[in-house]
Design a protein around this ligand. Structure first.
Ligand SMILES: *[C@@H]1O[C@H](CO)[C@@H](O)[C@H](O)[C@H]1NC(C)=O
Ligand SMILES: *[C@@H]1O[C@H](CO)[C@@H](O)[C@H](O)[C@H]1NC(C)=O
Ligand SMILES: *[C@@H]1O[C@H](CO)[C@@H](O)[C@H](O)[C@H]1NC(C)=O
Ligand SMILES: *[C@@H]1O[C@H](CO)[C@@H](O)[C@H](O)[C@H]1NC(C)=O
Ligand SMILES: *[C@@H]1O[C@H](CO)[C@@H](O)[C@H](O)[C@H]1NC(C)=O
Length: 452
């Protein structure tokens, strides 16, 4: 299920003055869930095969202190084939050195995590061996946009212990905590929950033996008591950052803070979340070598802003590397880059990776490319916005839209169709949930879920 926020609209039209946009709820991870969940059962669907030990297919083997190149694998559409899990030797060679499956929720494993659990243990082990032989790690991500555990009253210690058991049962190298419970962070309860959770998880998954990454949205690092009375990830990082291996920081889907130029990504984010560009966060004291730049792999990986073309992003990564940063890159999601061509353009731009390109004579060319690419991106965005707005017009059973209910969201036909409408400065905008899902009403907001 994917929850959409009242502030989601801010990303769609420049005309909207964003209401106090505590982070938009349009977080990406985990929004495509299969209805089925599995809890620790082995369902044998394929015979164990022996996979040849693979050569390193990445320029950069995973190392604790080296750059991480992270890909999320969400839905494998039910496939349990090695290539669907990016297993080296079966999937095209690529520069990713961390594979993160999604998602574990307190109700069980879903999507690619579910498919992984369908493997018989011998087959699963051959996949793991091939991943390790190629210098890569595989993790399972928890929560995403599909569960808000703090608001849901989940006990953080129990939750962490259950996740740790899944990590061990299914052979993962660790877990990724993609916690996006924005209401809880706004209310100041997220921090304590996350700190307790992290401590309990680390107790089960010792440092040096298991990896634990977190995937905060970049705005969670803002220092502003009005937005986050208890400090959000600044607080989490101060309390338990030493036991978090790295941050798959989401520099996208944050509306007016678009992080899509080298300036807004690296030195001055601006928008609704000033002070949350990469180096602004580093300057608050968060370890530079833990802050990965997370981006959508293609425009299809973004819900609103933040996409950058590979050539433009690579130029920014080189600038950051020149200042000594080399934490790495996270891309959402693998199905948008199964050839590895996108990460292949980005990884070499991070110093410490296998092949750092020389930049001396290419500056002019790179600039020209960047400009062209930007123009293309803008066109694409404009098209998307126009299409969306055109689809607008007819409010169907939505009542009136005035300044008093600006941002309200209503389903056009709850549980029946995917269409929903958002009140935008006096007019309704119609949009549609992802394929296969229907709109469900939740107060003055909506979410897109599978029909029940
Ligand atoms: C903190 O956030 C509030 C609400 O978004 C905003 O009005 C205020 O200007 C911010 N303070 C600073 C110092 O940026
Ligand atoms: C799954 O299979 C493995 C290996 O056959 C076994 O060790 C494990 O206990 C099984 N788990 C469950 C929940 O049956
Ligand atoms: C996920 O995969 C299942 C098949 O296992 C498919 O039915 C479903 O449509 C996929 N979901 C999405 C959102 O792509
Ligand atoms: C998995 O376990 C959770 C927590 O114990 C439970 O709420 C859920 O219903 C279980 N799911 C399945 C498919 O058995
Ligand atoms: C839609 O489905 C949800 C979940 O099953 C249910 O709570 C809700 O009442 C339904 N709404 C309508 C309008 O049928």
């Amino acid at each position: 299920m994917k929850f959409l926020a009242l502030s989601f609209i801010a990303a769609l039209t420049a005309a909207v003055v964003a209401k106090p946009v505590t982070p938009p709820y349009s977080a990406v991870h985990g929004h495509k869930l299969q209805p089925a969940a599995v809890n620790g059962t082995n369902i044998s669907v394929s015979k164990a095969k022996s996979l040849a030990a693979n050569q390193l297919d990445s320029n950069t083997a995973f190392s604790t202190n080296g750059p991480k190149f992270v890909t999320y694998i969400d839905n494998t559409s039910g496939s349990t084939a090695a290539a669907s899990f990016a297993v080296p030797g079966y999937a095209p060679a690529n520069d990713y050195n961390v594979i993160i499956l999604g998602f574990w929720l307190d109700s069980g494993l879903y999507d690619s995590g579910y498919s992984w659990a369908q493997l018989d243990s011998a087959t699963r082990q051959t996949y793991i061996n091939a991943i390790h032989a190629s210098g890569k790690k595989i993790l399972i991500s928890a929560f995403g946009a599909a569960e808000w555990p703090t608001s849901g009253g989940v006990n953080p210690t129990t939750s962490a212990q259950n996740l740790a058991a899944i990590v061990k049962q299914y052979g993962f190298d660790g877990a990724d905590i993609d916690w996006e419970d924005n209401n809880a962070m706004d209310g100041g309860t997220g921090e304590a929950w996350l700190i307790t959770f992290q401590n309990a998880l680390r107790a089960e998954l010792p440092q040096g033996q298991y990896l634990i990454s977190h995937a905060p949205q970049a705005p969670y690092f803002i220092i502003n008591k009005t937005q986050y009375p208890n400090g959000a990830y600044q607080k989490v990082n101060s309390a338990v950052g030493s036991s978090i291996d790295w941050y798959n920081t989401q520099f996208y889907n944050q509306g007016s803070s678009s992080y899509d130029t080298c300036t807004t990504l690296l030195t001055a984010s601006g928008g609704a979340f000033p002070g949350t560009s990469l180096f602004e966060i580093i300057n608050t004291g968060v370890s530079a070598n833990k802050l990965l730049v997370g981006k959508p792999a293609t425009p299809a990986g973004a819900d609103n802003t933040g996409y950058m073309a590979p050539s433009a992003l690579a130029a920014c990564l080189q600038q950051a590397s020149a200042k000594g940063w080399d934490a790495g890159v996270m891309l959402w999601q693998y199905t948008l880059d199964t050839s590895g061509s996108i990460i292949g353009q980005l990884a070499p731009a991070v110093s410490g990776s296998g092949s750092v390109p020389t930049t001396t004579t290419t500056t002019t060319t790179a600039k020209a490319t960047t400009t062209t690419t930007k123009a293309t991106t803008t066109t694409t965005k404009a098209t998307t916005t126009t299409t969306t707005t055109k689809a607008t017009a007819t409010p169907t059973g939505s009542g009136t839209c005035t300044t008093s209910n600006n941002g309200a969201m209503v389903c056009v036909a709850a549980n029946t169709s995917g269409q929903y409408q958002t009140c935008n400065n006096g007019g309704w905008i119609t949009q549609t949930c992802g394929s296969g899902t229907v709109c469900q009403q939740s107060g003055t907001s909506i979410y897109c879920g599978y029909a029940t």
